[in-house]
Design a protein around this ligand. Structure first.
Ligand SMILES: [Zn+2]
Length: 281
C-alpha cells in the first residue's frame, strides 16, 4: 500500500509512458530473447532454425565419426616410422659387431700363423737367448688369441641381443603396419562414404540459411560456437532446457510452446523451442 502511495505521488512515472520508457520496458522484456518478431512468422523461423540445427548436428556427427580415426592413423604412422628407424639403427649396430668380430678372427688367424712360424724356428734355435725370445713371442701370441676369442664371445652375445631385438621390432612393425593399413582403409571408406552425404547436408544448410533472418542466423551461429556440443537450438525435455537441463518455469514453458517470440535459456543461452515444433512430440 505504501508503495502504491509513493508511486501515486509521482504522476510522470506511470500514466503516459514516454518513448524512452517504453524502450526500457522492451529491453526488460527482451532480456532473454534474441529477436522480437511478429507472431505469425516466429514459429516458421524457429522451425527453419531447428531444421538448420538438425542438419548441422548431422554434419557434426559425421565429423565425430572420423574424429578418432585420423588421430589413430597418425599415431600408427608415427609408430611405424619410429620402428623402422629403430630397426635401421640396430641393423647398423649389428653390422658393426660383425665387422669387429671379423677383425678379431683375422687376429686369431695371424697369431696362429705366427705361433706356427715361431714353433718351427724353435726347432733350429742356436742359443738360450733365441729360445727365450721365441718362447715369449709364442706366449704373447697365445694371450692375444685368447683375448680375441674372449672378445668374439662378448661381441657375439651382444650381437645376439641386437638380433633378437631386431626380430621383435620387425614382428611389431608387421603388426602395426597391418593395423595402420586397415585403419587407413577404414578412414578412406568413411571419408568417401560420408563425403557426398556431408556435401549434401552443407548444401541443404546453405539453402536453409538464406531463408533465415540474418540477425537470428548470426545469433544462432554465435550461440552454437559457444557450446561444446554445437547445439544452439534445443527443445524442452522433461520441463528442462534440452541443452543444459536446468528446469524451466511453467510460465516460461508456456511461452515457449506458444512460439510467439524467440526465447533463450536463461542458464546456457541456447534457443529453446517447443518439442512439437521440433517434431518430437
Ligand atoms: Zn539451457
Amino acid at each position: 500500500m505504501a508503495k502504491a502511495e509513493k508511486k501515486a505521488k509521482k504522476p510522470t512515472a506511470s500514466k503516459k509512458p514516454t518513448a524512452t520508457q517504453s524502450m526500457a520496458d522492451q529491453n526488460v522484456n527482451t532480456k532473454n530473447t534474441v529477436t522480437e518478431d511478429d507472431d505469425l512468422s516466429v514459429e516458421r523461423k524457429l522451425t527453419s532454425l531447428y531444421k538448420l540445427q538438425a542438419i548441422l548436428s548431422e554434419i557434426d556427427k559425421i565429423k565425430m565419426l572420423r574424429g578418432e580415426l585420423p588421430l589413430e592413423v597418425q599415431d600408427l604412422e608415427d609408430e611405424v616410422a619410429g620402428l623402422q628407424t629403430r630397426i635401421q639403427n640396430f641393423l647398423l649396430d649389428s653390422k658393426d659387431f660383425e665387422t669387429v668380430i671379423g677383425q678379431e678372427r683375422i687376429k686369431i688367424t695371424d697369431s696362429n700363423a705366427l705361433i706356427l712360424k715361431y714353433k718351427e724356428q724353435l726347432e733350429n734355435v742356436r742359443n738360450n737367448r733365441e729360445f727365450d725370445s721365441l718362447s715369449k713371442e709364442i706366449e704373447f701370441q697365445s694371450i692375444e688369441m685368447e683375448l680375441a676369442e674372449k672378445r668374439i664371445r662378448e661381441y657375439t652375445t651382444e650381437s645376439k641381443k641386437i638380433k633378437d631385438t631386431i626380430a621383435e621390432s620387425k614382428a611389431l612393425l608387421i603388426e602395426r603396419q597391418a593395423n595402420l593399413q586397415s585403419k587407413k582403409e577404414e578412414l578412406d571408406e568413411i571419408i568417401s562414404e560420408t563425403k557426398i552425404q556431408e556435401e549434401g547436408l552443407r548444401e541443404k544448410a546453405k539453402q536453409l540459411e538464406t531463408t533465415i533472418e540474418l540477425r537470428l542466423l548470426a545469433a544462432f551461429k554465435r550461440i552454437r560456437k559457444g557450446t561444446r556440443n554445437g547445439l544452439a537450438v534445443v527443445y524442452i525435455q522433461r520441463d528442462a532446457c534440452g541443452g543444459c537441463f536446468n528446469k524451466i518455469p511453467p510460465q516460461r514453458q508456456l511461452e515457449i510452446k506458444q512460439s510467439k517470440r524467440t526465447i533463450v535459456c536463461e542458464h546456457c543461452g541456447r534457443i529453446i523451442v517447443d518439442p512439437q515444433l521440433a517434431g518430437v512430440e
